[in-house]
Design a protein around this ligand. Structure first.
Ligand code: FAD
Ligand code: NAP
Length: 310
């Protein structure tokens, strides 16, 4: 019987594991891939206090390295469900069933697809959701970036180091991204914008994509934009399929918690991007993780002696 299982080793899960382990609890951190979460797909992070700017994977490594020292165990696995057995929970992965007194869900989210013709057909042959992973394949090519949020604009800036030009296609006439990121994009000579525009189809030949059909949503004008690649950043969906039967999510799948990161199931917590929250950032993920990591200690103490106030 473990004290805590943390599901997901992004910044939220790693911080929760750190805090719980430092309280001398037995902690198992289960991750389906490499530790680091979305930081592994981020070129540079410049809004994490203490670092002027740092590569995402480097920050991931810095967060992961102290965990072993404090006794966190790490297992590879894809969590498929949680069973609430009253005093304890069962966490089922693709290969094991673990028993634990508490669970901290830190599974984050995944990129949303556009859902247009050609998107799946040319995935990996021009269509990408990760500039850090695929940007270097597009040296001296013209690229499209879809979306107007932080991800789209920041990754468009990143892509300018490889691409001959980057066209941001956004469905409105103003960006959602933070002003500082917007201003950099407006000042970058390699970046241009197609405002009030949506991609309706991605086209290509047998080898790879060759362009996209763009519709102006105001004028209804349609044209084909030639491009060697398209990077899609149209938002995120929560990774909560494994928890859909627990009653802890809202109608869109985000997990509802209180300010102590407690879900409606006693002993089950949620932290980071997977929560219903306003600001999804590394800083807020880390903040959530520290709160939950400390809350599980109090919960376990209270179970030992129900008179203890939390
Ligand atoms: P994640 O980082 O998403 O980690 C979740 C982890 O859970 C993943 O490792 C995943 O593999 C694992 N997991 C999921 N499901 C399962 C399962 N069933 N079983 C086992 N493991 C599972 N924020 C900033 O502050 N600054 C930035 O510059 C910045 N740039 C960004 C750039 C991009 C392109 C994107 C998409 C986001 C960026 N963000 C940035 C946001 C930031 O990355 C997230 O807010 C943060 O990573 C959330 O942390 P998390 O731990 O909640 O989730
Ligand atoms: P986001 O903020 O949800 O933005 C998604 C963008 O895609 C919006 O501009 C949206 O348009 C557009 N969009 C949505 N659906 C679309 C569709 N079907 N067709 C065309 N366009 C569509 O997502 P994100 O940019 O990935 O950011 C996710 C989170 O990570 C945010 O909390 C963000 O702050 C954080 N993040 C932070 C940083 C950083 O701090 N540097 C970097 C990256 C991400 P509308 O604007 O019209 O809604």
């Amino acid at each position: 019987m473990l004290d805590v299982i943390v599901i997901g080793a992004g910044p939220a899960g790693m911080t929760a594991a750190l805090y719980a382990s430092r309280s001398n609890l037995s902690v198992l951190l289960i991750e389906r891939g490499a530790p680091g979460g979305q930081m592994n797909n981020t070129a540079e992070i410049e809004n994490y206090p203490g670092f002027d700017r740092i590569m995402g994977p480097e920050l991931a490594e810095k967060m992961y390295s102290p965990l072993e020292k404090f006794g966190t165990k790490h297992a590879y696995g894809i969590v498929e469900g949680i069973n609430d057995c009253g005093d304890y929970k069962e966490v089922k992965t693709d290969s094991e069933i673990y028993q634990t007194k508490t669970v901290i869900i830190a599974t984050g989210c995944e990129h949303r697809q556009l859902g247009v013709k050609g998107e799946q057909e040319f995935a990996g042959r021009g269509v990408s959701y990760c500039a850090v992973c695929d940007g270097a394949f597009f040296r001296n090519r013209k690229l499209l970036v879809v979306g107007g949020g932080d991800s789209a604009v920041e990754e468009a800036l990143f892509l300018t180091q490889f691409a001959s030009e980057v066209v941001i296609v956004h469905r409105r006439d103003e960006l959602r991204a933070q002003k500082i990121i917007q201003n950099r994009a407006f000042a970058n000579p390699k970046i241009s914008f197609l405002w009030d525009s949506v991609v309706t189809e991605i086209k290509g030949n047998k080898m790879s994509m060759t362009g996209a059909v763009i519709e102006n949503v105001r004028t209804k004008e349609i044209h084909e934009e030639e491009a060697g690649g398209i990077f899609i950043y149209v938002g995120l969906d929560p990774l909560t399929e494994a928890f859909k039967d627990t009653g802890i999510t809202n109608e869109d799948g985000w997990i509802i918690t209180d300010t102590q990161m407690r879900t409606s199931v006693p002993g089950v917590y949620a932290v980071g991007d997977v929560r219903e929250k306003e600001l999804r950032q590394v800083t807020t993920a880390v903040g959530d993780g520290s709160i939950a990591g400390q809350q599980v200690f109090q919960f376990i103490e209270e179970q030992k002696d129900p008179k203890t106030t939390v």
